[in-house]
Write a protein that binds this ligand. Structure first.
Ligand SMILES: *Cc1c(COP(=O)(O)O)cnc(C)c1O
Length: 515
């Protein structure tokens, strides 16, 4: 593991093909395809009269075609450039990248779940509705809350749903509160959500130990405050130990307490959210309950609500009737009539519901509790094993789901947090979350989850230790030019984010040489 890297790593010869052994270069479909080729043979249609009213295309579409083996290779090669939890440890902090057991996939592919259509008659989808009911029951049991809305399609969408319920509750009581308090250690989606529905966001500073001070919350509360949004465990990986006092202060001021539950993986089966005084909390099925995510793929962010907010849950509500389960459009959970409307066109991400319930059932109560215990143990193990070579803020408190480091240990090396992240790519790992949370300088946030074996954690730790020692020994080249071994080297990330090239433009034909 320990490499002798005192100079710029040799990145290998420039190959003729651009391929690097099993790492294959791959052009865009437009670059490698040809309009005259197709992978499928479709018979010419019989003469027919189109109904396009003269709008039929006259110019050729010029879609590039590939033969079947070429098409197969194209997508397989692209997939190999990707890094996922199935290829290695994915330490991205706050994202809970955990293994998605294949049993989940098998269940989600059962035709009765995979092939249902959201507009099918209810009598034909009783099993699917039953599964949604069972998932709801589990989520309520795990949180102790009163009602759950399954529709939101991401954590941020769940936040929106919960905050809209809070807004609806204030409006129903005639209150015109316009401020939402958000601690500095919150996830960025929290202030964004509050702002999106028209609230003014006021920030609450973290105290020296990285948590929120109930006195600071009390000082910020007033008759204009509609809610407090608290991420717990917070983005520093710490449990907000004064959460009950904070909730009491919020309620005493007539506001609601929104808890960001995306980090539920750390406390699943250990803490009942309702006991903390929470009014609304979203749960990321795609984090805690192992349903796959990444690349903007389908997520699911169900929201659990307290008794005070249950009447304001969105529609449709799943209710048991004499004729079986039904999705009722004109009332929220609890049969109340004040529902805030729809959060999505249909009923949510059915495929994620199946995977999440499958994970819950295969773990059972003891297994779920152990999953969160192991996730916390893994994070603390990583922190403890690296603390002597890297610097960990707030280390006097136990870490929850993630280990947080700052960049104090890099002082004087000329190497930044970003360089360490890039060098980790050369070691075959996806980088950790960097520069977040904002309250920690040069933050490196590592969330191993419970999926990793001790051997896997030890290898990751050894790789990071080796990098830390190399940085301190002055091996700048290993970092500043990294990644050396990835299909792409270091990108201009600002330009990639601000001015992405999303459209292929056909190159001008090369003119014939002049006579
Ligand atoms: C991931 C995350 C979110 C947002 O969830 P999305 O599904 O990405 O919208 C919100 N808060 C915290 C703490 C998170 O980790």
């Amino acid at each position: 593991m320990v490499s002798d890297t005192t100079s710029v790593p040799y990145a290998g010869p420039q190959t003729f093909t651009g391929n690097r052994a099993l790492d294959l270069e791959e052009g865009l479909l437009f670059e490698i395809g040809r309009t005259e080729v197709t992978g499928v043979d479709v018979p010419e249609p019989a003469p027919f009269k189109d109904r396009l009213g003269g709008h039929a295309r006259t110019a050729p579409l010029e879609l590039p075609g590939l033969s079947e083996p070429e098409a197969m290779r194209h997508y397989v090669r692209l997939s190999r450039m990707n890094y996922g939890i199935d290829s290695g440890l994915f330490p991205l902090g706050s994202c809970t990248m955990k293994h998605n057991p294949r049993l989940n996939e098998k269940m989600a592919r059962l035709p009765g779940f995979a092939d249902v259509h959201p507009l099918q008659p209810l009598s034909t989808v009783q099993g699917a509705l039953g599964l949604m009911g069972e998932l709801s029951r589990y989520l309520l049991e795990l949180t102790g809350m009163q009602a759950v809305a399954l529709q939101p399609k991401a954590g941020a969408h769940g936040e929106l749903c919960g905050m809209m319920a809070i807004k609806a509750a204030h409006e129903a009581s005639g209150s015109k509160r316009h401020v939402v308090l958000v601690p500095e250690s919150a996830h960025g989606t929290n202030p964004a959500t509050a702002a999106l529905i028209g609230y003014e966001v006021r920030s609450i500073p973290a105290r020296a130990d990285g948590t929120v001070d109930p006195e600071a919350v009390k000082a910020a509360l007033g008759p204009e405050v509609a809610a407090l949004m608290l991420t717990n465990p917070n983005t520093c990986g710490l449990f907000e130990r004064d959460v009950v006092a904070i909730a009491e202060a919020v309620h005493a001021a007539g506001a609601y307490f929104y808890s960001d539950g995306a980090n539920f993986n750390a406390i699943l089966g250990k803490v009942r959210i309702a006991d903390l005084g929470v009014d609304a909390m979203h749960i990321n099925l795609h984090k805690t309950f192992s349903t796959p995510h990444g690349g903007g793929g389908p997520g699911a962010g169900p929201v659990v609500l307290s008794a005070a907010l249950a009447p304001f849950a969105p529609v449709p509500a799943l209710v048991a009737t004499a004729d079986g389960l039904a999705l009722v459009e004109d009332q929220g959970a609890d049969g109340a009539q004040q529902a805030l409307g729809r959060m999505s066109a249909f009923h949510g991400q059915m495929g994620m519901f199946v995977r999440a319930l499958s994970w819950m059932l295969s773990h059972g109560a003891d297994g779920m509790r152990q999953a969160s215990e192991d996730a916390v143990l893994s994070a603390n193990y990583i922190r403890a094993c690296l603390m002597d070579v890297m610097s960990a803020p707030f280390a006097e408190r136990p870490a929850m789901h993630e280990a947080l480091f700052d960049d104090a240990w890099l002082a004087g090396t000329g190497i930044s947090t970003l360089d360490v992240a890039k060098a980790l790519i050369d070691e075959g790992y996806h980088p950790m979350t960097v520069y977040f949370p904002l309250v920690v300088h040069g933050a490196m946030l590592i969330e191993p989850t419970e999926s990793e074996s001790k051997a896997s954690l030890d290898l990751f730790i050894a790789a990071l230790r080796d990098l830390a020692l190399a940085a301190k020994a002055g091996d700048k080249a290993r970092f500043l030019g990294a990644p050396y071994y990835a299909p792409r080297r270091r990108l201009d990330e600002t330009r990639a984010a601000r001015a992405p090239v999303l459209r292929w433009v056909k190159p001008e034909p090369i003119p014939d040489a002049a006579e």
